[in-house]
Design a protein around this ligand. Structure first.
Ligand SMILES: Nc1ncnc2c1ncn2[C@@H]1O[C@H](COP(=O)(O)OP(=O)(O)OP(=O)(O)O)[C@@H](O)[C@H]1O
Ligand SMILES: [Mg+2]
Length: 285
């Protein structure tokens, strides 16, 4: 990794993480909190792979309550997502699956603060995402959230290198060498100065992954991260995501149709018709 340091996601946008770091690994210190998640939790899922006290803070990485997204078009009111509730503990790895059009990308966008819900709440480590101003939400995202889009969303007038430098620059972090190192890590060391249109779909996907990984986010959201990759490259990218999870305790939420990837996750959420219809542990393979 790049060796850079910055504050983990705390209870506000100022990066004040003292509460989480001072908490002993086995004790929940937040007032009114009775549940402590971690390696000793019965499901064995929460906090898997985490090291250190920050792994087992009582505040969930993500808490979703009554989340809904409705749109109105010429055919009337369409419920894209409805009454979605779940929490994800810090350091969990979660696969979101479901058929095409079921609402997975919409859900991921709402969790990452990229869209606005019609109803409900999303908290990221205690931050009520949609109670924040747009600027504060963007700041929170820039420092703590990585997002891999289904459609890559690279900036066409920037090179691969510049695309990966961008989130570091926005977060006020050194950008030049960490961006190059991350592109090397996804196998694109020879493509640093290529513009997106001169890269293959799979290469663009890897630039998009490098851009999401490079800030070492506390939360990584990925929408079909292996969708455009051959199986060997897909495997390498999956390994990279799980390395990030192991090294930094990153919480992973991934939309995927890839069974291999889903099986690497500790938990699976199934979406059907905009509703969460299953929430279950996955047997590791
Ligand atoms: N802005 C919008 N206006 C109208 N309908 C929308 C809008 N955004 C999404 N939808 C519809 O909501 C449904 C869910 O879309 P979404 O992109 O979340 O599906 P998905 O589960 O990610 O599908 P896929 O696996 O094909 O990527 C789809 O039927 C889509 O057409
Ligand atoms: Mg989608």
């Amino acid at each position: 990794m790049t060796g850079q340091t910055r504050a983990p996601l705390g209870n506000d946008t100022r990066g004040d993480d003292s509460l989480q770091h001072s908490a002993p690994a086995h004790v929940g210190t937040l007032p009114g909190t009775t549940t402590v998640v971690g390696p000793g939790e019965p499901s064995g899922l929460a906090g898997a792979g985490r090291t250190g006290a920050a792994a087992v803070g009582a505040t969930p990485a993500i808490a979703v309550q009554g989340l809904a997204k409705h749109v109105t078009d010429t055919t009337g009111r369409l419920a894209i997502l409805d009454a979605v509730d779940f929490t994800v503990a810090k350091g969990e790895t979660v696969a979101i699956t479901g058929s095409s059009g079921s609402g997975k990308s919409t859900l991921l966008g709402l969790l990452a603060g990229l869209d606005v819900p019609s109803a409900g709440r999303v908290e990221l480590a205690g931050n009520d995402l949609y109670a924040l101003s747009e600027d504060d939400r963007a700041r929170l995202r820039a420092r703590h959230v990585g997002f891999v889009f289904q459609s890559f969303q690279l900036l066409p007038h920037l090179t691969a290198w510049e695309n990966v430098m961008l989130p570091l620059e926005l977060a006020g972090l050194p950008a030049h060498d960490p961006a190059r190192e991350m592109l090397e890590r996804v196998g694109l060391g020879e493509r640093l100065r290529h513009y997106p249109k001169t890269l293959s779909g799979g290469e663009q996907q890897r630039v998009s992954l490098a851009r999401a990984f490079v800030v070492q986010p506390d939360l990584l959201f990925a929408d079909e991260p292996t969708g455009s990759l051959d199986s060997a490259t897909g495997e390498a990218v999956i390994n990279l995501m799980f390395d990030l999870h192991r090294e930094n305790g990153t919480t992973l939420l991934m939309v995927t149709h890839d069974l291999k990837l889903a099986q690497r996750c500790g938990r699976q959420l199934v979406i059907a018709g905009g509703r969460l219809v299953r929430d279950s542990a996955v047997e590791a393979v």
